[in-house]
Design a protein around this ligand. Structure first.
Ligand SMILES: Cc1cc2nc3c(=O)[nH]c(=O)nc-3n(C[C@H](O)[C@H](O)[C@H](O)COP(=O)(O)OP(=O)(O)OC[C@H]3O[C@@H](n4cnc5c(N)ncnc54)[C@H](O)[C@@H]3O)c2cc1C
Length: 398
């Protein structure tokens, strides 16, 4: 079976969907509201499950060339710098860390020229017969299938799933940044041989944590996730605010923030979606954050969107018709993504409540190092062990 899909949203999920559709001989049109695709966002890590999905899309090698091994989960610290667990020289790590823009570019390079149209904000959808029509200011287009990959505040979800509540604020907020680490002691060139200050770490405070991932080209991605009484609280200047909050935390945390350009400090409230009853309605499928936006505590949001793309394409390839393929996609993806989102929400609660923090710190401190290392090894958890369905070898399009 082949056909034409309109993918709404050109983020990591939308581009992964386009690459996956290309693999099965479908045509796709990606409609992205931003005027251009570029250097947006901060960093992220990808675990083995997502890397296998990227392999299946034929871009694993290119992605690995952009990723840097991160020992974040191996180096757990307290704000005064003491280690609860510490990676050793020679340890392996299953996590690769990226600038979001680098991973996005790897996917974009695998999308045929002409498939992505920017500056196209979709405002409406209607279904009829065997197809779907999407509309934007001044135009419309139809396809056999529409994939809503338009993120946590998805228009597709709002229009086609009007019964579903909007994303839920989780009482937490995050500051993120990309620092140039050349000026920081223990800077570039040393971050792939743990232990050192910039090989990746998580510092656990009583009401939040600070994450460091080394990323390519002498940079580090950092994120501070903490509690917030209400959403949309902004400080005018975000860098002085996060600097003030973390001034007494161990090196290199204040140095990393100082090495981040003011305008590169992002501030995002943490929200997720309650489980949707279905990811498909008629010929419309949701994918990525549009379907299952999750709190970032398991580092899985984008990875799950890449998995979605592979599973959707595999179902379209294997099933005799689109409706059967969509039913299969929904049945395969909902349990896994919703369990991951549930787990991430629970992890988030544990890391930002003082009482839960004390219990967690005691548990980690008491855990023998070999046991801890086993838990964070490549096959350490069920989420990471996932294997993608096989897609056919690349099909080329004019
Ligand atoms: C602090 C933080 C840390 C994170 N860390 C990680 C991590 O380490 N690993 C990981 O895998 N994930 C992580 N995530 C999650 C990850 O960022 C998201 O899950 C992922 O980017 C979602 O991709 P997406 O393509 O589904 O949505 P998006 O990236 O939001 O893309 C949606 C696209 O749709 C476009 N769009 C929206 N509306 C319309 C419209 N009406 N018409 C046309 N286009 C539209 C948008 O402009 C955008 O380009 C993190 C998230 C946060 C907040």
């Amino acid at each position: 079976m082949s056909g034409h899909a309109i993918v709404i949203g050109g983020g990591i999920g939308g581009l992964a969907a386009a690459v996956a559709l290309r693999r099965i001989g479908w045509r796709a049109t990606v409609l992205e509201r931003a005027p251009a695709l570029g250097e947006i966002g901060a960093g992220m890590s990808q675990a083995p499950n997502a890397m296998r999905a990227l392999d299946e899309l034929g871009v694993g090698e290119q992605a690995r060339a952009e990723g840097v091994p991160s020992y974040s989960a191996g180096n757990l610290r307290l704000p005064d710098g003491r280690h609860l667990q510490r990676a050793r020289r020679g340890d392996a790590t299953p996590l690769l860390a990226f600038h979001r823009a680098d991973l996005h570019r790897v996917l974009l390079q695998a999308v045929p020229v002409g498939w992505v149209r920017t500056g196209m904000e979709i405002t409406g959808l209607r279904q009829g017969g065997d197809g779907v029509t999407v509309t934007w200011d001044g135009g419309e287009a139809s396809a056999d299938l529409v994939i809503g990959a338009d993120g946590i505040h998805s228009t597709v979800r709002r229009v086609v799933w009007p019964d579903v509540p909007p994303p839920r604020f989780l009482g937490r907020t995050a500051w993120l940044g990309i620092a140039d680490i050349s000026a920081i002691p223990g800077g570039p060139g040393v971050h792939t041989t743990p232990p050192d200050e910039l090989s990746g770490s998580i510092t656990m405070g009583p009401s939040g944590y600070f994450l460091i991932h080394p990323i390519s080209r002498g940079r580090a991605y950092w994120a501070f996730v903490t509690t917030a009484d209400r959403p949309d609280l902004r400080y005018g200047q975000e860098k002085p605010e996060v600097t003030r909050r973390l001034a007494a935390w161990h090196h290199p945390i204040p140095a990393l923030i100082a090495a981040t350009p003011d305008e590169a400090v992002l501030h995002i409230d943490i929200r997720d979606l309650d489980p949707l009853p279905t990811y498909i309605r008629g010929r419309v499928a949701l994918l990525g954050d549009a379907a299952h936006a999750m709190s970032p505590d398991r580092g899985q949001g984008a990875g799950q969107s890449i998995e979605d793309a592979v599973v959707l394409a595999a179902a379209l390839h294997a099933e005799p018709g689109i409706d059967a393929a969509l039913a299969r996609y929904d049945a395969e993806r909902r349990p896994r993504t919703q369990a991951t989102a549930r787990g991430a929400r629970a992890d988030g609660r544990r890391t930002t409540s003082p009482a839960a923090h004390r219990a967690l710190v005691t548990m980690i401190r008491l855990m023998p190092a070999p046991l801890w290392r086993k838990g964070i090894a490549a096959d350490g958890n069920a989420t990471w062990r996932w294997r993608p369905p096989r897609l056919p070898e690349a099909t080329t399009h004019a």
